[in-house]
Write a protein that binds this ligand. Sequence first.
Ligand code: SF4
Length: 317
Amino acid sequence: MVSKKKPSQQARRRDGAERPGKPTVKRGKRQEKSKTAAAGAESKPRAKAPTEANAMSSRSGGGTKPMAEPKIEPQPKPKPKTTGVGRSAKAPGAGRAMAAGRVKGLGSDEIAEIFRRFHDIEPEPKGELEHTDPYTLLVAVVLSAQATDAGVNKATRLLFRLADTPAKMVALGEERVRDAIKTIGLYRNKARNVIALSEKLIAEYEGRVPQDRDALETLPGVGRKTANVVMNVAFGQPTMAVDTHVFRVANRIGLSRGQMPLAVEDDLVRLIPPEYGVPAHHWLILHGRYLCKARKPECYRCPIRDLCRFEPKTVHA
Ligand code: SF4
């Protein structure tokens, strides 16, 4: 005879049977939940880039849960109709229009017209750092980091009276250089660099300022921007030093959408007509300093307002 005795609770657990009062559906739910979480992690990229349509539906959905995400087929990017600029439209400092990603690149005829107008207004623009030759220009530019041109000029008027060649500067010594330039920021570090670069010019370049970028960038305190200024102003090369003014103005006008100075420099060097390659650097700096100001551009009196892509333009002071 077969015994009808019920198996003990321990035996039921050993055999994999569920305990009474703990229905299998609970464990199943937990397992499904963790599976869903894992699947969600794998399918994260789908949720990253909502289309405008589903972004709008989530804004107006009033908190209802979407049933399932529709599969989004990748769409081919539309080709730009103008020469444009090959950068992303997310540049900081690019203005409201740029932030909204609505700026179209300028056509080559518009770019030529912008620089033709700059040329008509100021055919031979000059920088504002006082200097008498490539060496004094180099020193002035090294001193100008995080300082105003006016502040640097005040300091160099005294410094260049004491020393205006590499040999005289080394003879003057770091301490006296420091004293002469102590009114400008970072003067200790800058004094050290002025002495070190002067020593290097004497040791490796017969006391002369080299004309090429690679050599310039080996000098203490000289980076790409300083090298570009020296190559442009002292040696007439079509370089573009991107400072805060050039960066802002280039992005506002629509000449570049670069997010970094080097990207802006590349765009400008590529797009500016060669006949304007040398003075363009000064035009953009002066335009940014006196008219297309950081906080409030003076669009109402801007000679290129009909070509500039920045919106909304200011209409009065
Ligand atoms: S129109 Fe306004 S934003 Fe554009 S370049 Fe002129 S001042 Fe700057």
